[in-house]
Design a protein around this ligand. Structure first.
Ligand SMILES: Nc1ncnc2c1ncn2[C@@H]1O[C@H](COP(=O)(O)OP(=O)(O)OP(=O)(O)O)[C@@H](O)[C@H]1O
Ligand SMILES: [Mg+2]
Length: 275
């Protein structure tokens, strides 16, 4: 289904030379890091919201598809699904329905949204999302699809908001960590890095996003002091004022504990500071 969206995939647009050039550099660097002819799975994440994960994931996927290789972009951000919007699509059912055991991947993959590029979208659901990723289903979805694609790109939620990215990193060959210039604090980065290390993720590298040609961030519009409120908004956005149900699993309880400790640290030490 078509949807009017302001989100754009720059890679195909000749007019955006600088962005396309940066994306080519990312493509080349990742290519040489870990060459594979089939089923290379790359996860894109960041510490905090709005750093450009979905933008990088969609454009990177596109940059590979353009070379003639078959690519799948999976939207693993069930809290705030965006991947479909980059291609002007609407979603009826997606990854959430596979994880809930209602559909299989063939029913919901959007084929050829661009030449050589398929998208496994997701639809927002009001449930304890991390639980869905902790089961075996996501692992099976990826295993099932590996043979069909040269590259699979996973778009995930920010690590300070949810541990989904860390959990999913176990099923991926490597992780691309997006860092929005001048938006994220040192402790947020350290926290996220620790989370990935604990999960045993293979960190391919960092992509520094939102850097102006002169070396400054553009507008710095995302800077915030009250981190806790900001992250809470990530959930409230779609849940119309209701907070998320409490996590139940051991892993999620552990992650929540880490997050609470981290938030305490933030409110004590960092209010108003810039890094
Ligand atoms: N380098 C860039 N150049 C131009 N626009 C960008 C760039 N990076 C991100 N954007 C735009 O900024 C907005 C936020 O980016 P995006 O949605 O990719 O962030 P995100 O990290 O996926 O956010 P969330 O945490 O909510 O999932 C989008 O409208 C996106 O198109
Ligand atoms: Mg996103």
């Amino acid at each position: 289904m078509e949807l009017k969206s302001k989100r754009r995939v720059f890679f195909k647009e000749k007019a955006n030379h600088e962005i396309s050039e940066s994306l080519r550099v990312i493509r080349t660097n990742l290519h040489f890091l870990d060459e594979k002819e089939r089923g290379r799975t790359i996860l894109v994440t960041s510490s905090t919201p709005r750093e450009g994960k979905s933008f990088i994931a969609a454009n990177y996927a596109m940059s590979i598809a353009i070379t003639g290789k078959k690519v799948l972009l999976i939207d693993c951000d069930i809290r705030r699904p965006r991947a479909h919007e980059s291609f002007g699509k609407k979603v009826e059912k997606g990854l959430e329905s596979i994880l809930l055991g209602e559909k299989n991947s063939r029913d919901v993959i959007l084929k050829e949204v661009e030449k050589n590029l398929d998208v496994l979208p997701t639809k927002y659901i009001k449930s304890n999302v991390t639980e869905l990723f902790l089961g075996d289903r996501m692992k099976r979805v990826i295993e099932e699809l590996r043979d069909e694609y040269n590259t699979i790109v996973l778009d995930t939620p920010p690590l300070v908001v949810a541990s989904d990215g860390a959990i999913l990193s176990k099923y991926c060959d490597g992780v691309v960590f997006v860092v929005s210039y001048d938006q994220v604090s040192k402790s947020e980065l350290e926290f996220s890095k620790k989370m990935l290390d604990n999960a045993g993720a293979n960190l391919y590298g960092f992509v520094v996003n939102r850097v102006e040609k002169n070396g400054f961030s553009y507008g710095n519009y995302c800077y915030y002091n009250n981190n806790y409120t900001y992250y809470k908004d990530y959930y409230l956005d779609e849940e119309r004022g209701q907070s998320r149900s409490k996590p139940k699993s051991k892993m999620e309880k552990y992650m929540e504990k880490l997050k609470k400790a981290y938030r305490r640290e933030l409110s004590g030490n960092q209010k108003g500071k810039k890094y």
